[in-house]
Design a protein around this ligand. Structure first.
Ligand code: PMT
Length: 389
């Protein structure tokens, strides 16, 4: 594989030549890119000698587009050591030197980082937030390890050993869903009654957004069709399509699905909508009550089940309050699904609005994977692992 090793300015940079040597020994082609500060710790001559290629460290040295030709060449980018500074820059989209510019241009290909810094810096909420952001984009972190640090204290912050980094690279050389496109539906739908009122539900979109992030983290391009929610997608490989009503969600999902490898429909779609929508605010009519006539919405999941072709995976959700398993099983068969994810509102901490969920992933083959109560991110990961094997 063609691997670019990015080196930033920390004491652990002295281990970078050893990492390059081990990667070459494992049969990889290696080129190095370093920040100005990295070259305070390890020399250009050393890096060029061990890699056998010119070092990329100056954005302006040989024309302004070397970061583009280098990113076209590389199949993987490994940053070791990765300082708090480079982690923060990438998380914020800052490209102010050769390596940070290369990192932002290196999209759609695997990136691995081996963080190394003082333990207090590693524990800082800003660094932890930035690390979580990078992970949600699919960047893999190897380490840091616990041990003695250059500043004399002990704690978590040591760069993983070069051999550990080489081993981790082998495991994640290709992202599982690279080159695949997936559809996810999320959030509630709003069905208009008049110009100021609607019928809606309590879905926050958290489950659907976590699924989209997990899919994108595994290398997929994601079409995320979402009803009204305040959430935003972090991963640049998530294409957000915002809709309001069930019919708009139906139009977007049926348009996208034929180009997808699979779809996971977690949206809480209104089964009914008002037969008519007034274009003004409806007024109270004396002391009498009001009757709202409802008509059925199209069933998006059942429609996709009818459209599904060989090789596509279709996953639905079922939100049940009684006879949970039997009802979920019925939906699985009736809507031609490969898996159904059952949410029981009887499980505490599961379902609408909360940050956690507890699910049963039921397969067409009769398999059933039950999760404990987990964060919606962890549940999303479990669902992706189960339905993409
Ligand atoms: O958004 P959160 O606050 O994180 O909450 C997550 C959730 C509770 C909404 C989610 O985990 C969940 O359970 N989603 C499914 C809710 C639901 O509408 O279930 P259902 O049993 O009514 O629908 C069954 C399946 O058909 C679902 O995949 C649904 O998206 C789909 N459907 C339903 C009706 C319809 N007209 N079109 C559909 O596609």
């Amino acid at each position: 594989m063609k691997i670019i090793v990015g080196i930033t300015g920390g004491i652990a940079a002295y281990k970078a030549p050893e990492l390059v040597r081990l990667l070459k020994k494992a049969g990889h082609e290696v080129r190095c890119a370093a920040t100005e500060h990295a070259l305070e710790f390890v020399t250009r001559v050393t890096l060029e000698t061990v890699s056998g290629a010119p070092l990329y460290s100056d954005l302006f040295a040989s024309g302004r587009t070397e970061h583009i030709s280098l990113k076209d060449w590389g199949e993987m980018l490994v940053v070791a050591p990765a300082t708090a500074n480079i982690i923060g820059k990438v998380a914020s989209g800052i490209a102010d030197d050769a390596l940070s510019t290369l990192l932002l241009a290196f999209s759609g290909k695997p990136v691995v980082m081996a963080p190394a810094m003082n333990c207090e810096m590693w524990a800082h909420p800003a660094v932890q937030r930035n690390v979580e952001t990078l992970k949600s984009w699919g960047i893999r972190m190897v380490g840091p390890a616990e041990g003695e640090l250059a500043c004399g204290v002990s704690g978590v912050g040591r760069m993983a050993e070069p051999q550990q980094i080489v081993d981790a690279i082998g495991e994640g050389a290709t992202l599982k869903l690279n080159g695949e496109r997936w559809l996810v539906t999320a959030g509630p739908t709003y069905e208009r009654i008049d110009s100021v009122r609607f019928i809606g539900n309590y879905s926050s979109g958290k489950m659907g957004f976590a699924l989209a992030e997990a899919l994108a983290g595994a290398g997929a391009k994601v079409e995320l069709v979402t009803g009204p929610t305040s959430l935003n997608a972090a991963n640049p490989h998530i294409h957000l399509i915002r809709v309001e009503s069930a019919r708009e969600m139906y139009a977007a999902a049926t348009e996208v699905f034929p180009r997808c490898h699979g779809a996971i429909l977690s949206a809480a779609v209104a089964d009914y909508r008002p037969a008519e929508c007034a274009d003004h605010k409806l007024k109270k009519n004396g002391s009498e009550g009001m009757t709202l006539e409802l008509v059925q919405n199209p069933d998006i999941l059942a429609t996709l089940g009818g459209m599904k072709h060989e090789g596509q995976t279709l996953v639905g959700f079922a939100l049940e309050t009684d006879n949970e398993e039997a009802n979920a099983q019925r939906k699985l068969e009736k809507k031609n699904l490969d898996y159904i994810v059952l949410n029981s509102l009887r499980d505490k901490g599961a379902g609408f609005g909360v940050d956690t969920n507890k699910v049963y992933i039921i397969g067409r083959d009769g398999s059933c994977t039950e999760s404990p109560l987990l964060s919606k991110q962890e549940v999303a990961q479990l669902i992706i692992n189960t339905v993409t094997t």
